[in-house]
Design a binder for this molecule. Structure first.
Ligand SMILES: CC(C)(COP(=O)(O)OP(=O)(O)OC[C@H]1O[C@@H](n2cnc3c(N)ncnc32)[C@H](O)[C@@H]1OP(=O)(O)O)[C@@H](O)C(=O)NCCC(=O)NCCS
Length: 173
């Protein structure tokens, strides 16, 4: 756990990323780490995430975003993205600043908690003073990851489009 690295993906990570992505899809075909499915190939994906912006579902506009992979001994264990800025009136209820995932075979070993902690350091470096993160109330693992990183529950909101209750957290940096 001491040798975990959170960094931008590079060309050399291609095979490693594809292996990671496949294992994620196998466990949940709806999941799409870092929106990879929208790209024709890894190289195009790299160019796009290198621009450090992404189109958000709810705001329907590009938002400055950094996307990272978590590595241990050269293997990809997780991914996480950080929106540098969120329009609180539009996004706070839904997506928040951060989204993440851990390789299915590596869950419940503390990686998610550590990855979020490393990402919060990046948020601090970006000048953020507070970070909003939301998760489905049924996603106990994610709630725990946020709470173990000092996430304070703000409220629970019902999202009719998705028929879920969203837990909205705030982390003060
Ligand atoms: C959410 C996710 C990133 C968590 O990563 P992780 O590496 O498993 O997280 P951690 O091991 O650091 O912490 C998970 C905690 O949840 C706990 N947990 C998991 N399932 C649980 C359950 N059913 N009941 C109670 N606790 C549970 C674990 O015991 C652990 O807590 P502990 O460290 O106090 O024992 C991972 O499950 C994942 O990738 N899920 C799919 C994608 C996703 O949901 N992303 C988040 C969207 S908001």
């Amino acid at each position: 756990m001491e040798n975990l690295i959170l960094r931008f993906p590079t060309l050399e990570d291609k095979d490693n990323w594809l292996k990671y992505y496949r294992s994620f899809k196998k466990s949940n075909s709806d999941s799409d780490p870092l929106n990879y499915s929208k790209y024709k190939n890894y190289e195009k994906f790299l160019i796009d995430i290198g621009k450090q912006e992404c189109l958000t579902k709810k705001a329907k506009k590009n938002i400055a975003t950094s996307s990272y992979i978590l590595l241990e001994k050269g293997n990809i264990i997780g991914h996480i993205f950080i929106h540098h800025y969120i329009d609180l009136s539009i996004l706070k209820d839904y997506e928040g600043h951060i989204g993440y995932g851990i390789k299915p075979q590596e869950r419940n070993k503390g990686y998610g908690t550590k990855m979020l902690s490393l990402a919060l350091d990046k948020c601090h470096d970006l000048g953020l003073k507070e970070v909003y993160i939301s998760c489905d109330k049924n996603n106990i693992s994610s709630s725990k990851v946020i709470e173990k990183n000092n996430g304070k529950l703000l409220e629970e909101v019902y999202i009719p489009e998705e028929n879920i209750i969203l837990k909205k957290y705030k982390i003060v940096l």
